[in-house]
Ligand binder design. Structure first.
Ligand code: ADP
Ligand code: MG
Length: 714
């Protein structure tokens, strides 16, 4: 027992606290009973270092293993969890470079076939299981094929025979994990710290808030989010956690809004609007839309007010946000300040640089391009030019916010495609200057009602008008057996000199597999489908100069067809492309399909978006229908929300900002609205959050990066 240790032992204590002291939330996982160095290394890969990290590592989904579905009752297209014993495992080699491993599972006389592609090592594992008739729990999307039900690439787990109380006969958490640690082991770990450490968690939400919004306390929520006693307990635990996530963000937004309002010393620009419009008319080869002009006027008003601009320009894909950015950047430069435009990907940054250079170089204005992939020498030179003020305009990626980049006089920061950025990055770049003006541009099709709630600290301009002369985009949904026709149609347009995008099927979870699938598809198209055309390939695993070359060649029409992963989703603009074929379209989110479709219809040609898909469910079919019916991104978002419905609680993906752990801005809109009111009320009543009941909450906010800026820690 520690208290009876001789004194000399205590004097020899290592720097790290030994086990035996009272448990603390910041206890290092490595010294936890049953962990050790090896497991700790694996956990560190998941950013899990302390017990507190572990408790906050929430399940990705939950499985009700108190009742399993019977294989005999499973319908095609359903996501199901089933349980059965392994009876056989084989691998087939239907053609070179293709291996199919099939595992047969028996569930009370009904067979379930599990299928893996190109993972022949699986066979050995499962042969072993078959010999001992091991029981498995598997999860995945079921497909009926003749008499059998099959699941491709299922998630699976062995059932432990020794009365697995954490993994069976209850609602079981499934965690996002990494190689080297299995669900069963992780569950045991969570279970043990729930007992040893969770009681130490402090309630950070103010008591009046908990009471008023009927939330459950932190202890019950933590236990039930991991190991729910029932569906109802899980629901309450999730509601509490989601509330907390939103409430924190909303309180920070409320605080920032308050600060912006008090802030009177923004950089003061002079803008002569008629003169600016005349300048733009010189530079831009087309007439700006009314919506563009209105947004530009709103920006001019902000930057000449003496206050700091914090404005969001929201406009659907193709509405011409880049020109609004250009106008704002001109204002900054004409006032003797620098301006920076930040894009979410290198490809997009390169494209912006290309466009801006095309317009500005003729009038003698240089545009700097700053990328993470540049050489150290290039980076240093760019940094120098920005620091001395020699460069006035810069376009870049996240590299722009990395340490070491300093500006002589940064007057404006434009952030394009905000949905790819967190609130934090916006703030980090804004910190680079002496509070530069900030313009955020987004095409995120979130329902209009949500905009203010999410960007509560920003003013909003809306580009609700597309440039004139746009030919409509016709969207068709085709089944796979019509594929030959689809490509024949594309070929006709290629013959007329147009260009075509092909988006390859989405492969979840692995960039490598995704790249492989794109490569295979492009080879197939080049060899079999459109051999007479020049086919290019673009995917996330390519080096950025390779990507750049391919993009430039496609833009210059040195390539006719671009086969790509979703890396082309954001912002790419090649007006001569008028067909986009999206393979396995039902696997993409609607917002993503909408973004992809926005790659065409940008020029004078009638354009087509072809969704090749065979959705298995009613909802899947309805989703494809919506895409063929409307081009309004906001309607699509609302329909998506309606289709997914409030009942769909598990396993949804969110694409919006900011990143929440559990919360989903569309699905949990009612909680979001509730927290917004509560947070703004809280800040109105107690702007410094110094009342006793708010103190702990204030401290937790101050510990976040965003909060540390807003809250002076006392
Ligand atoms: P967004 O970023 O909003 O998706 P872009 O700024 O990339 O849209 O503009 C889409 C295309 O429309 C570009 O090719 C751009 O040159 C063109 N464009 C922008 N504004 C106008 C306009 N007022 N008239 C005609 N074409 C325009
Ligand atoms: Mg854009």
């Amino acid at each position: 027992m520690p208290s009876q240790n001789p004194p000399e032992f205590a004097a020899n204590r290592p720097a790290v606290r030994p086990v035996g002291d009272a448990p603390r939330l910041d206890d290092s996982l490595q010294f936890l009973k049953g962990v050790g160095l090896q497991a700790a290394t694996v956990l560190a890969k998941l950013e899990l270092h302390t017990v507190a990290d572990l408790l906050k590592h929430l399940p990705r989904r939950w499985e009700d293993r108190s009742h399993f579905r019977r294989v005999a009752d499973v319908q095609t297209g359903e996501y199901v969890t089933v349980c059965g014993t392994v009876i056989a495992a084989t691998t087939k080699y239907p053609r070179p470079k293709m291996q199919i491993t099939e595992v047969l599972l028996d569930d009370q006389g009904s067979a379930l076939k599990l299928i893996w592609f190109n993972q022949p090592y699986m066979e050995k594992t499962f042969k072993g299981f078959a010999a001992t008739r091991r029981a498995l729990v598997v999860y995945g999307q079921a497909k009926r094929s003749g008499w059998t039900i099959e699941i491709q690439n299922p998630e699976w787990e062995e059932v432990n025979e020794d009365g697995d109380s954490l993994g069976m006969n209850r609602i079981v958490p499934i965690y996002p994990l990494t190689e080297g640690i299995r669900q069963g082991r992780f569950r045991k770990l969570i279970d043990s710290v729930l007992t040893s450490h969770a009681p130490l968690l402090e309630e950070s939400l103010p008591a009046p808030i908990i009471l008023k919004h009927r939330l459950i306390g932190i202890h019950s929520a933590t236990r039930n989010i991991h190991f729910p006693e029932s569906e109802e307990h899980l629901h309450e635990a999730r509601r509490r956690m989601i509330f907390e996530e939103f409430f924190r963000l909303q309180t920070l937004l409320a605080l920032r809004r308050l600060q912006n309002c008090h802030e009177s010393h923004g950089i003061l620009f002079q803008v002569d609007l008629p003169q600016l419009n005349a300048d733009l008319a010189e530079i831009v080869p087309f007439q700006l839309t009314n919506a563009q002009q209105r947004s530009i006027a709103e920006i001019a008003q902000d930057v000449t007010s003496g206050r700091n601009m914090n404005r969001l320009v929201q406009g659907d894909v193709g509405s011409g946000k880049t020109m609004v950015a250009l106008a704002a950047m001109l204002m900054s430069v004409q006032n003797g300040y620098q301006a920076a435009l930040m894009a979410p990907t290198e490809i997009l940054a390169q494209q912006h640089a290309l466009v801006l250079r095309g317009l500005l170089e003729p009038i003698g204005m240089a545009v700097e391009l700053s990328l993470g992939s540049q050489t150290e020498k290039q980076k240093r030179e760019i940094r120098d030019r920005l620091m001395t003020g020699q460069s006035r305009l810069v376009v870049g990626t996240h590299a722009l916010i990395q340490e070491g980049v300093e500006f002589a006089s940064l007057g404006l920061v434009v952030i394009d495609e905000q949905h790819r950025f967190g609130v934090l990055q916006r703030q980090a770049l804004a910190k680079k200057g002496k509070r530069p003006h900030v313009l955020v541009m987004t095409a995120t099709p979130i329902p209009r009602t949500l905009t203010l709630t999410l960007y509560g600290d920003l003013d909003v301009s809306v580009l609700d008008e597309l440039p004139p002369g746009r030919k409509p985009i016709t969207t068709h949904w085709k089944s796979a057996d019509k594929r030959a026709q689809v490509y024949a149609g594309a070929q006709k347009l290629l013959d007329e000199g147009r260009q075509v995008y092909v988006v390859c099927p989405l492969v979840e979870d692995s960039e490598k597999l995704q790249a492989k699938s794109a490569t295979q598809l492009s080879e197939h198209i080049a060899n079999e489908v459109l051999p007479q055309y020049r086919i290019g390939l673009l995917h996330g695993q390519m080096k950025s100069d390779e990507k750049e070359t391919v993009m430039a060649r496609f833009k210059a029409h040195d390539l006719d067809v671009l086969v790509s992963t979703t890396v082309i989703e954001v912002g790419i603009d090649v007006p001569n492309s008028c067909v986009i074929i999206i393979e396995d379209a039902d696997r993409f989110g609607l917002a993503q399909l909408h973004q992809l479709r926005g790659r065409v219809g940008r020029g004078e040609h009638a354009s087509f978006c072809i969704l090749v898909a065979e959705p298995k469910t009613e909802v899947g079919r309805a989703r494809m229908e919506i895409m063929t019916q409307t081009r309004d991104g906001f309607r699509i978002a609302e329909e998506d929300l309606r289709l997914r419905g409030p009942g769909e609680f598990f396993g949804t993906r969110q694409s919006g900002l900011p990143e929440f752990i559990l919360a989903d801005i569309l699905r949990d809109m009612d909680v979001l609205t509730e927290t917004r009111e509560a947070a703004f009320q809280l800040v109105a009543d107690d702007p410094e959050l110094t009342k006793p009941e708010n103190r702990l909450f204030r401290r937790t906010l101050a510990q976040t990066e965003l909060g540390s800026e807003l809250i002076a820690v006392s």
